[in-house]
Design a protein around this ligand. Sequence first.
Ligand SMILES: Nc1nc2c(c(=O)[nH]1)N[C@H]1C(S)=C(S)[C@@H](COP(=O)(O)O)O[C@H]1N2
Ligand SMILES: [Mo]
Length: 161
Amino acid sequence: MRTFIVTCLHILALSALPLAGAAETERKPVLQVKGAVADAPISFSMAQIQDMPATTLTTSTVVTDGVHQFTGVLLRDFLAELEAVGDTLTATALNDYIVDIPLSDLERFDVIMAYSMDEKALERADKGPLWIVYPRDAHKELQDIRYDYLWVWQLSELEVK
Ligand SMILES: Nc1nc2c(c(=O)[nH]1)N[C@H]1C(S)=C(S)[C@@H](COP(=O)(O)O)O[C@H]1N2
Ligand SMILES: [Mo]
């Protein structure tokens, strides 16, 4: 009987592992927000970001073939929620890529911080876990190198200035 119970507990523990692993990943901090926002610095987990109202955007990109459907949060709404004030959003990536995005871009265009492409989570090895996506196909002026380099992939930090 004792062996039986121990075996059962073992099976339970083993079967719970993959789930616990996934949930833990969702709760790990993935994004730091600094600068001119209320309560800075704030860190967000993927679970927190995915709990926010989602926006879907369909566009081509310069680094993928064809048109893709991206899901994420509207950067304009995300920053408004954090009471951001300033002119510039400095975005930093895991590979230390760093670029300034004018906050006016976010007012003029529905730019999103995407966490999935074609309903699949963006992987770290492929532009994830967060990718700044502009509505490129909807606006002729966004089809330009000056905007392409603002599509920060592997986004890890935002600073409002
Ligand atoms: N994290 C990260 N995002 C980035 C870059 C980068 O090096 N790292 N390069 C930028 C530039 S210069 C361009 S043109 C586009 C496409 O870059 P890629 O062709 O190197 O993917 O992504 C932008 N986002
Ligand atoms: Mo580029």
